[in-house]
Write a protein that binds this ligand. Structure first.
Ligand SMILES: *Cc1c(COP(=O)(O)O)cnc(C)c1O
Length: 391
């Protein structure tokens, strides 16, 4: 254990079972420890570092903003948040944005919108939100309630009431869960923490239809799938649906904490003065990072490259004999390993060999920087193969 790890163990609350790796700096897709050992990064900080470590243009944009105006209360106007909101709205067709600091906070805001919309349109009792089993929406008491996985609930009861869960793909179950108390439906399109499991298109289209017919708020959590991760700016573009609310976080700031809630015309007026807020929300430095990220990841050539590299990574993974199945879309992939291999154990041995890779349930999970090169993919795959062949 190095000095960084000793101090961490002594003073940091033990909620993360960390790999014994201390990264002190990085460039692109490579991180380095104090001994200059290289680590190929197939995680991008769980989909956060969209442009990799310490991208030059991004770092310049962020530091310039820090030297100019690092924070101003939301009681006053500033430039960067408006710029980011404009880019988001112009590209997606949504009409308003609210900025917070994290994914859970973005989902909290989406749930507040769904409830207030329901109450105003359909009466006091209209406050239930349907979410999916095996979903993940965050760690606050309310987003835990939205998360359809009991393991996350235990110890923290009672959670916020007003949630119902259905299985992804179960259209009958979806109809059975509907009644006059339902104000909205929220889901991920690829369940990330749930094991990189795409939700069937037919089912998502049925949800959209129900939300239109019953005037419910249709919320898509794109916190992990968004920001060009799946080869389109937002994953729902590939599903051919149009949600009322989209939540963003992870990759939006390129490494700085920011969450965003996109609102359609239907719900843009739901939250009024004094009904929502966040001290740090729309922070100028975080937004300067996001503005730079969006300038890059919205370019058609950039998206084309993501798609090509995603196909390449998928093919390389499928060529590995111990990989039995690859799930996911774009640069959000999951690999199911042959019997006898445990994802967590393989990820641990990869880290020791200089490859950072995530797990999700029984799968290895790959969320590399969107800027990863073919050579870096090859390098990482070589390490993974070596680790798998050793056993
Ligand atoms: C990570 C994640 C969240 C929670 O985001 P935080 O920033 O950790 O609060 C919510 N939903 C999905 C789909 C996620 O992947």
């Amino acid at each position: 254990m190095d000095k960084i790890q000793e101090k961490d163990k002594k003073y940091i609350c033990h909620t993360y079972n960390r790999f014994p790796v201390s990264i002190i700096r990085g460039k692109g897709t490579t991180g380095y420890d104090a001994e200059e050992k290289e680590y190929i990064d197939f995680t991008s900080g769980i989909g956060v570092n969209s442009l990799g470590f310490a991208d030059q243009g991004w770092a310049d944009a962020v530091s310039e903003q820090a030297h100019t105006l690092q924070h101003i209360s939301n009681l006053y106007y500033s430039q960067p948040d408006g710029d980011v909101a404009q880019k988001l709205c112009e590209y997606t067709g949504f009409s308003k944005v609210f900025f917070g600091n994290s994914g859970a906070e973005a989902n909290e805001c989406a749930l507040k919108i769904a409830r207030k919309y329901g109450m105003e349109k359909h009466g006091e009792k209209c406050s239930t939100v349907i979410t999916l089993n095996n979903s993940f929406h965050g760690r606050t008491i309310t987003t835990l309630a939205a998360t359809g996985q009991e393991v996350f609930h235990q110890y923290f009861l009672p959670l916020t009431e007003g949630f119902r869960y259905v299985d992804a793909g179960d259209i009958d179950g979806l109809y059975a869960a509907l009644d006059d108390s339902v104000c909205g439906i929220m889901l991920e399109l690829i369940q990330g923490e749930g094991g990189v499991v795409p939700v069937p298109e037919k089912f998502v289209k049925e949800i959209e239809k129900i939300c239109r017919e019953k005037d419910l708020v249709f919320v898509i959590d794109e916190i992990q799938t968004g920001i060009s991760r799946t080869g389109t700016f937002l994953c729902y573009e590939q599903y051919g649906v149009q949600p009322d609310v989209v939540t963003l976080a992870k990759g939006l700031g390129g490494g700085l904490p920011i969450g965003g809630i996109l609102m359609s015309k239907k719900v843009e007026e739901v939250l009024g003065y004094g009904q929502h807020g966040s001290t740090f929300g729309g922070n100028p430095v975080a937004c300067a990072g996001a503005r730079y990220v969006l300038d890059k990841v919205l370019q058609p050539e950039f998206l084309d490259e993501v798609k090509k590299k995603a196909e390449y990574l998928r093919r390389k993974l499928l060529e590995i004999p111990q990989v039995v199945e690859v799930s996911g879309m774009g640069l959000m992939l999951g690999a199911e390993l042959a019997e006898g291999y445990t994802a967590g154990e393989v990820a641990g041995r990869c880290a020791a060999e200089g490859l950072l890779v995530l797990t999700a349930k029984t799968r290895l999970r790959f969320l590399p920087p969107l800027t990863i090169t073919y050579e870096e993919i090859d390098k990482g795959i070589t390490v993974l193969k070596k680790v798998l062949d050793e056993k």
